[in-house]
Design a protein. Structure first.
Length: 180
């Protein structure tokens, strides 16, 4: 990737300004031309006159979903390599991200090395090892919660209603289970 003579253009869609600045500086040091959008509302303006070949999209953007950005970016350029970053990793959101056009899905904390490696692994690997651990009830509950969260665009109140759970109970579960 580093010997490519064509300019490497990267779009970062991240609402955490400090994390975005860190990623921007790190990728610029690696020779990328980088632009930043804090969320879906800024996406079109940033893309005006800028055609990235790579994108890093945070899954949860200011209470909304980065999946809409993944969908819009993939529709704009199906060859763009899109990596989704999240502190709320789940199988449901990973599957949806890939279906919508992401080439990879990484749980935070991830660094520039992890992201750049994910761009290089855009093709699937049929030889990846299979896990031997059975799924626990807590994991199944966590997956179901995140599936409904994704369906509701990360609306906690609506997710709690659909799951038949008190909103505070759901918020407590989300606070305990964050992927660090």
């Amino acid at each position: 990737m580093t010997n490519d003579p064509t300019p490497r253009r990267l779009l970062i869609v991240e609402d955490d300004e400090a994390f975005a600045r860190t990623l921007i500086r790190s990728f610029e040091r690696r020779g990328y031309e980088v632009r930043h959008a804090a969320g879906p509302a800024e996406l079109e303006a940033v893309l005006d006159g800028f055609a990235p070949g790579y994108a890093v999209v945070d899954l949860k953007l200011g209470g909304g979903s980065g999946l809409t950005c993944v969908q819009a970016l993939h529709a704009r350029d199906p060859d763009m390599l899109i990596v989704v970053l999240t502190g709320y990793a789940s199988i449901a959101t990973a599957v949806e991200a890939i279906k919508l056009g992401a080439c990879h899905y990484l749980a935070k904390p991830s660094n520039t090395d992890d992201i750049e490696a994910a761009f290089g692994r855009a093709e699937g690997d049929a030889d990846v090892g299979l896990g031997q651990r059975p799924t626990s009830i807590k994991t199944l509950e966590w997956e179901r919660i995140h599936e409904v969260l994704a369906e509701t665009g990360f609306n906690v109140s609506e997710t709690a209603r659909r799951l038949g759970m008190h909103r505070r109970t759901l918020a407590r579960k989300l606070g305990k289970q964050q992927v660090k």
